[in-house]
Every structure is written in structure tokens, then in C-alpha cells.
Design a protein around this ligand. Structure first.
Ligand code: GAL
Length: 621
């Protein structure tokens, strides 16, 4: 048996992802109507044509997951400049800034009104330094100067629609925008260029979060609209209902806003998309922004935290340098994660670390307990989160035990989180096969929370207490020094076309391209990537490899699938197969290509493309 088969089989033997296989029978509903216009082989037409590009949001920002602080989880609408400045100062004085926390962001609640010429007026009773003699808008420049003077970066907030979330959901706050219906339209809809110009070119912010209530919660029947307080907005997001939403229109709005961010903020400005994973935003977010929410708002309880993990844990192929899945800001310091619940706080941080999630603190740093600082300031955990390779960890599930493996930069370097989502102690273990380490060879193991070092061979097993976790950094010997498996470098893979032709009913947390599993959750028998046909994956090979090897497989459907491999847009390999007639393996020269593209095309006019796998897909040095 080839090494790679042993590897996946060993993985399979021990760990099941039963949770998934049981729960997921994926209802992909593609409208017959849309299909009718599209001639078979070109279901996604241009999307399947190789580009020779790595087509994620073009930016120099957020090459590692953003780190910082946001006031929402601590203060909600009750935010003011004094608090934000004091927290920024505390971030520096406590040493958190030196550990990597950079951004101090303002959330909802800063805008007072939109003036007749479209400019925004800042609420100067809560942000007093913005009051500027002779200016009817005021300016955030004194505030951002202060933040920059501390060596930090400043962030701000808007909405992609006409109105923000607070206006809909926090009607009692005194910090709502004021004036006529039109004056209270402080969201950026129709004002993207003007607002981004003020925010980046005049006020010198570095980061913007763009919320989406304005295109979700102002339908004709919503109370603030029926009362006449707000204009209606035909929703682009119907929460939890993808077919009723309009993913394409929403993506276009964020794309235009992203253009304005780059126009006025340059390539270093960070764009955070906050559409809660709705309208397939977790799938297209990486093309349109630096981070993109995958779930509803986190709450300070265990159940919510775990459900936000589930919204993102299978999405490793949708994240990498410059584009990150965002399971929301940290709730450490509150409720189930406060200083009296350090096990839970540590587990929350362990998971955000291993998932390469943004680390945005949400508690009042002016009153930070030292025990919390020791968690969120742990330099070894932060280094795992901030590893420059930008790989999101890949999960293995066994009941309440979850093992997540994150390939770090440097040969044989891995981080592993072992996590107990339940309330009873569980055994969790990780094998050398899962890590791609040579059998019988010892690895150095660093326990990030216990601050201990040891050696281990072939397997590490631990007993985790209720809600407990262990975070390890390992240095081992790869089983195949010449091969780099695509499953180990999700940060270098981009799902450019995903085989979904129209709005689907994809449940939140389910991704059409997966590591180690088919789109329906079925575990792959080989160490590969599962996807739908009519998909195109872009792989950043960066001229470091000569060959590409894979065993392509058709997992479902009656029709034949063509598997094509392109090296810098040149077709270098092509085979066909179906469920009844296996495709031959591909082993091709990629001539030190920069970008390798994997295209799976099906001709048959079926509504739902078959599921496929790029088995044992690997680049060879
Ligand atoms: C929500 C968003 C929160 C916060 C809030 C402000 O939609 O997810 O993170 O920004 O709006 O009103």
C-alpha cells in the first residue's frame, strides 16, 4: 500500500467523523430554470476556465489573522471615546499590544446622521474629540492620531445597506442616529465611495467592518419599517434561507465596497465582511474581503461558542493569508469564559488559535484579570494562530472529542488541538498518520498551556476533562519528505468555482469543497479533497514543485467527469471516470508552475453535479 493510502487508512481506522456523516444529507437545490440556459460542459462557463491566478481578495492586509479589540461584546451600544481610548492604553500597558494585538475598532453607534450632501456626521457627544470648529461632519482624525500614537491601528464600522443593526435591534439605545428617515440612513448603500473616502483618506482608519442588517432586516413587514421610522429594503438576505436570499447581488455590493476600500485605503486597509455566513457569504467572502463572518453573533455561553466553531471548522479550503473565516469575536472575559471559568476560556482560545481565526478580544481590558491575560497573551498560542503559512486547522471528530491539526510553516511542524466539546471526560488522540509523520520516529512535543516539553512516538493520547483542551506544537519527521499533500496546505488552495450553479440550501457550516470528506460529509478513503464536479481549485505551488500526483475519483451520480490539471494555464493532464469506470491516476510534470489548477467538469445536464475527490493529491519537489 502506498504511504499516502496507509496514512488515510490509519486515520480512518481510529477516528470517525460520524457526526457529519449522520447529520448531512445535503439538499442542493439548483433551479431547473437556470440549468436550462446552460449547455452541459460549461455549467459554470468562465468560472471553470483556468486563470493562472490565485483569485482571492487582492490585498496586502491581514496576511495573518487580524488581532485586536472591539467594544461590542463588552459595551454593545453603550460605547464612548473615553472607554475606547482607555482600553487602547490598557492594551499597550498590559503588554497585549507587544504580543500582537493591534487593532482597536469602533463598532456600531458612532454615526449621528447623514447630511444633505451625503457626508456623515460623527456623534460628538460620545466621541468628543471629533468636534471640529467649522466642520459640520466632525473628524475622527484626533482619535486615530491617538490610536496610531500608541503604535496601534484603528478600525470602524458601517453597514452594506442603508441602516445598521443597532437601528433595528437596539431601539432603546440613546446612541441611535437622529433626524429624518433619510438623515438616519447612515449605512453605506449608495455612498460606498464617499464613505470610504472619509473613513480612510480623511480620518485615516486602517480597518472597516461592514455589517449587513441593512439588507436583511428592513422588509416591508419589519416593525421599524411598518412604523414609518425606516425605509424598506427588499432583502438580499433572508436569514437561514439561501434560496430566498440574493447571494449574487450581495456579493456585488461587497465587491463594490471593497473597491472603494482599496481606492481610498490602499492595499493595507482591512475589510471585514459581517454577513453572518448568510447568502453563501462564507463561500464568496474570500474573494471580497479579508475576513468574513460564518455564523450568527457569538454569545458568552458554551453552546454558542461551540456552534460558532461548527460554522467554520470544515472550511479550511476557504481561508488563507489575506482571507480568513471569522467565527466572530472572542467572548473570553464574559459569562462561561470569565476568570472563574479558565478551562472554558482556554478552550475557546485554543480553538480560535488552531482555526486561524481572527483574535478580536471583546472584554473590558481596563479590568483584565491576570489569569485571562495569561490565556489571550500566551505567546506560543498566538504564534500558532499567526503562523505565516496561514493554514486553518483540519478536524477529526470522535464523539465529543475533536482533534484539529494545523500545518505550520517549516518542515515537520504541526500544531494540534485536542478539544472536548462535552461535559464528560473523554479520551482524545492524534496519530502520526494524521500528522503525516514517519512511523516509529519520535517527535518533539511542546504543551502550550502546561509549558512542558517531551518526546512522543506514533501517537499522543490524552484524557480531557469536561470542556477541556490541550494545545500542542510538534516537530516531527515527515513520512514522505518530497511530497506536500494538498490536505496539509489549505492556505495555498482556493476554491475558485465550487460546482454550485445557483442558490442552494447549503446549511451553515457546510462547505462544498472539503478536506478529507465529500461535500455531503462522507469520509474519503484517500487523503484528499472532496468537491462537486464543475469546480476549479487554484493551488499556489510557487515554483517549488516539479510533479503533481493524484487519484481522481467520482463519488456519486451516473455521469462521467473529466479531471484536468493545469500548470500556469497549460493543460498538463486529463483523465475521465465515473462511479462505474474508475479514472486512471494522474502523475504529471508541472514544470515549476506558480499556479496549479484542478478542474473537474461534467457534461451531463444533471441539476446536481456529482461529487468527486482529488485523492492523495500531492505536489512533489
Ligand atoms: C451585528 C454584528 C455584531 C455587531 C452588531 C452591531 O450584526 O454581527 O458583531 O457589530 O451587529 O449592531
Amino acid at each position: 500500500m502506498p504511504t499516502q493510502d496507509k496514512r488515510r487508512n490509519a486515520v480512518m481506522g481510529r477516528v470517525s467523523r460520524a457526526v457529519l456523516t449522520a447529520a448531512i444529507a445535503m439538499p442542493i437545490s439548483t433551479t431547473a430554470n437556470a440549468q436550462a440556459h446552460i449547455p452541459g460542459a460549461h455549467v459554470q462557463g468562465e468560472a471553470l476556465t483556468p486563470t493562472g491566478q490565485f483569485s482571492v481578495y487582492r490585498t496586502a492586509a491581514a496576511q495573518t489573522p487580524p488581532m485586536g479589540w472591539n467594544p461590542w461584546n463588552a459595551f454593545h451600544a453603550d460605547v464612548d471615546e473615553a472607554k475606547v481610548r482607555a482600553v487602547a492604553k490598557a492594551m499597550v500597558d498590559s503588554g497585549l499590544a507587544a504580543r500582537g494585538y493591534r487593532f482597536v475598532n469602533i463598532d456600531d453607534g458612532w454615526a449621528l446622521r447623514r447630511l444633505a450632501d451625503g457626508r456623515l456626521r460623527i456623534r460628538d457627544n460620545t466621541f468628543p474629540s471629533s468636534a471640529t470648529p467649522g466642520s459640520d461632519t466632525g473628524s475622527f482624525k484626533p482619535f486615530t492620531d491617538y490610536i496610531h500614537g500608541l503604535g496601534l491601528k484603528a478600525g470602524i464600522y458601517t453597514d452594506i445597506g442603508r441602516n445598521t443593526c443597532m437601528q433595528r435591534w437596539d431601539a432603546d439605545t440613546p446612541n441611535l442616529p437622529v433626524g429624518t428617515v433619510a438623515e438616519r440612513q447612515v449605512g453605506s448603500y449608495g455612498h460606498a465611495d464617499q464613505d470610504m473616502r472619509a473613513i480612510f483618506a480623511e480620518w485615516h482608519f486602517d480597518y472597516i467592518k461592514v455589517d449587513a442588517c441593512g439588507v436583511a432586516d428592513y422588509t416591508r413587514t419589519d416593525p421599524p419599517v411598518t412604523s414609518g421610522a425606516y425605509d424598506t429594503f427588499a432583502p438580499l438576505i433572508v436569514r437561514g434561507n439561501i434560496p430566498a436570499s440574493n447571494p449574487q447581488a450581495l456579493e456585488r455590493l461587497y465587491a463594490a465596497l471593497g473597491d472603494a476600500v482599496q481606492r481610498w485605503g490602499g492595499g493595507n486597509a482591512t475589510l471585514s465582511i459581517c454577513a453572518w455566513g448568510e447568502a453563501l457569504s462564507a463561500l464568496w467572502g474570500g474573494k471580497r474581503g479579508n475576513l468574513y463572518r460564518t455564523s450568527p453573533d457569538i454569545e458568552s455561553n458554551w453552546k454558542s461558542m461551540v456552534s460558532n466553531i461548527d460554522s467554520v471548522i470544515d472550511g479550511a479550503l476557504y481561508a488563507g493569508p489575506g482571507h480568513w473565516n471569522d467565527p466572530d469575536m472572542l467572548e473570553i472575559g464574559h459569562g462561561d469564559f470569565d476568570a472563574a471559568h479558565l478551562t472554558e476560556a482556554r478552550s475557546h482560545f485554543t480553538m480560535w488559535t488552531i482555526m486561524a481565526s481572527p483574535l478580536l478580544l471583546g472584554y473590558d481590558l481596563r479590568q483584565s484579570a491576570p489569569a485571562l491575560f495569561d490565556i489571550v497573551g500566551n505567546p506560543e498560542a498566538i504564534a500558532i494562530n499567526q503562523d505565516p503559512a496561514g493554514n486553518q486547522g483540519v478536524p477529526y471528530r470522535n464523539g465529543d472529542a475533536m482533534v484539529v491539526v494545523k500545518t505550520l510553516s517549516g518542515t515537520g511542524a504541526r500544531a494540534v488541538a485536542l478539544f472536548n466539546r462535552g461535559t464528560r471526560p473523554v479520551e482524545a488522540s492524534v496519530s502520526w498518520a494524521q500528522l503525516g509523520f514517519a512511523a516509529g520516529r519520535a517527535a518533539k512535543v511542546r504543551d502550550v498551556w502546561a509549558h512542558g516539553d517531551r518526546d512522543a512516538t506514533d501517537r499522543i493520547s490524552v484524557t480531557l476533562p469536561a470542556h477541556g483542551s490541550v494545545l500542542l506544537r510538534l516537530q516531527g519527521t515527515p513520512s514522505d519528505a518530497d511530497a506536500t499533500f494538498l490536505t496539509d496546505i489549505p492556505g495555498r488552495v482556493n476554491v475558485a468555482a465550487d460546482g454550485l450553479t445557483q442558490a442552494t440550501t447549503l446549511p451553515m457550516g457546510q462547505f462544498p469543497a472539503r478536506i478529507g470528506a465529500a461535500p455531503d460529509g462522507r469520509i474519503l478513503k484517500t487523503n484528499g479533497i472532496g468537491a462537486f464536479a464543475n469546480s476549479r481549485l487554484e493551488v499556489r505551488a510557487d515554483r517549488a514543485f516539479h510533479r503533481f500526483v493524484t487519484v481522481p475519483t467520482v463519488l456519486s451520480g451516473g455521469q462521467s467527469v473529466r479531471f484536468q490539471v493545469y500548470a500556469d494555464r497549460k493543460l498538463v493532464g486529463e483523465v475521465s471516470g465515473s462511479t462505474t469506470r474508475a479514472a486512471p491516476p494522474i502523475d504529471v510534470d508541472i514544470a515549476s508552475a506558480r499556479i496549479v489548477e484542478l478542474v473537474a467538469v461534467t457534461n451531463a445536464g444533471k441539476v446536481r453535479p456529482p461529487m468527486i475527490a482529488w485523492g492523495n493529491a500531492r505536489l512533489i519537489r
